[in-house]
Design a binder for this molecule. Structure first.
Ligand SMILES: [Zn+2]
Length: 290
C-alpha cells in the first residue's frame, strides 16, 4: 500500500515531465497550419471550400516542416483546434455571411493574431463588412474586399508577378486564367508592411494594374496573405495558381519556401474528389418570365 502511494505521489512529477517534453516537441515540431473550409454556398464547381481545402491539405503534407489540420464544414465547433497554430487559412464565405461575424469569433482571432499567428485569406474570405471587421482584415492580412467599392467580375486576366524576388514568387511564372478576380481591394495607403504579389490587368475594357494577391509582415510578428482568386474549383488544377497559394501558406506559417516552389502534382481524378453535394442551378428562364 505504502509503495503504491509512493508511486502515485511521483505521478504528478512524471506527468509534468511528460507534458514539458510534449511542449518542447510542439515548439520545435512541424508548423501547425489550420485550414478552415466554409459551408457550401455557391453552385457546383464554384466556392468548393471543402474540396479546395482538402487539395491544399494533400499538397501541404508533401512539404517539409508543416502539419496541416483541416476543419471542414465551417467554423470549428471547438476552437481549441486553433491552439498552437502557426497560421490559419480561411477558404469560406465572406461579407455579411462571414463566419467570423458570429459570437465572439473575432475576439478569438484577436487573441491568436496578437500571438503572431499567420492569416491567409482565399477568395470570398477577403470580404468583410467595412463597419465590423475592415480594421482587423487590414491589420492582420493587409487588405479587404469592400462591398460597393471593390469589384468582382469573372474575367479572363493576364496575371504578372508583382515582386519576383519574394519567396512566394518561386517556382511559377506569369500566367493567364479566368477567375472571379476581385479587384479594387482596399489597402491601407502607404502601408510599410505591404508587398504586392500578383498583379492583374482589369477590367478588360479599361485595363489597369490591380493587386489580386498580397502580403503583410505585421508588428506582432505574424504574416498575412490575401488572394482574390479561387472562385472556380478547376483553377486548383493550374500549376502557377496552385504553387502561388501553397508558397504563400508556407510563408505565412514562417516556413521556408522551396527554391523551386511548393510543388504538388494533382490528377484530374483528385481534382474531382470531395466536391460538395449541391443542387444543380435551375435552368435560366428566357423571355423575362418571373
Ligand atoms: Zn466567387
Amino acid at each position: 500500500m505504502g509503495t503504491i502511494m509512493g508511486h502515485l505521489r511521483k505521478l504528478p512529477g512524471f506527468l509534468a515531465a511528460l507534458l514539458a517534453g510534449a511542449f518542447v516537441c510542439a515548439a520545435v515540431g512541424p508548423a501547425r497550419v489550420v485550414l478552415v473550409a466554409g459551408k457550401p454556398s455557391h453552385p457546383p464547381g464554384t466556392h468548393e471550400h471543402n474540396a479546395g481545402v482538402l487539395l491544399l491539405n494533400k499538397c501541404l503534407k508533401q512539404q517539409r516542416g508543416v502539419l496541416p489540420v483541416v476543419v471542414k464544414g465551417g467554423w470549428p465547433e471547438d476552437e481549441s483546434v486553433f491552439a498552437g497554430a502557426r497560421a490559419l487559412v480561411f477558404f469560406m464565405d465572406g461579407g455579411k455571411r462571414s463566419p467570423v461575424l458570429e459570437g465572439n469569433r473575432l475576439e478569438t482571432l484577436h487573441g491568436l493574431m496578437a500571438k503572431g499567428t499567420g492569416l491567409a485569406l482565399l477568395h470570398y474570405a477577403v470580404d468583410v463588412p467595412k463597419e465590423i471587421a475592415a480594421a482587423e482584415w487590414l491589420e492582420w492580412a493587409g487588405g479587404y474586399y469592400e462591398s460597393g467599392y471593390s469589384r468582382n467580375p469573372v474575367s479572363d486576366a493576364d496575371l504578372k508577378q508583382s515582386s519576383p524576388a519574394h519567396p512566394i514568387s518561386r517556382g511559377w511564372k506569369d500566367f493567364s486564367l479566368r477567375d472571379e478576380w476581385y479587384h479594387r481591394i482596399r489597402f491601407a495607403p502607404g502601408d510599410p508592411r505591404f508587398t504586392p504579389i500578383l498583379t492583374a490587368f482589369l477590367p478588360k475594357d479599361a485595363p489597369a494594374p490591380e493587386t489580386v494577391a498580397w502580403v503583410v509582415e505585421r508588428k506582432d510578428g505574424g504574416r498575412g496573405f490575401g488572394f482574390t482568386g479561387g472562385h472556380f474549383h478547376a483553377n486548383w488544377g493550374h500549376g502557377a495558381f496552385r504553387t502561388l497559394v501553397l508558397n504563400a501558406i508556407l510563408w505565412t506559417a514562417q516556413l521556408d519556401v522551396p527554391a523551386a516552389g511548393a510543388a504538388c502534382v494533382l490528377s484530374p481524378e483528385e481534382l474531382a474528389r470531395n466536391l460538395d453535394d449541391k443542387p444543380a442551378p435551375a435552368p435560366k428562364k428566357r423571355g423575362g418570365a418571373p
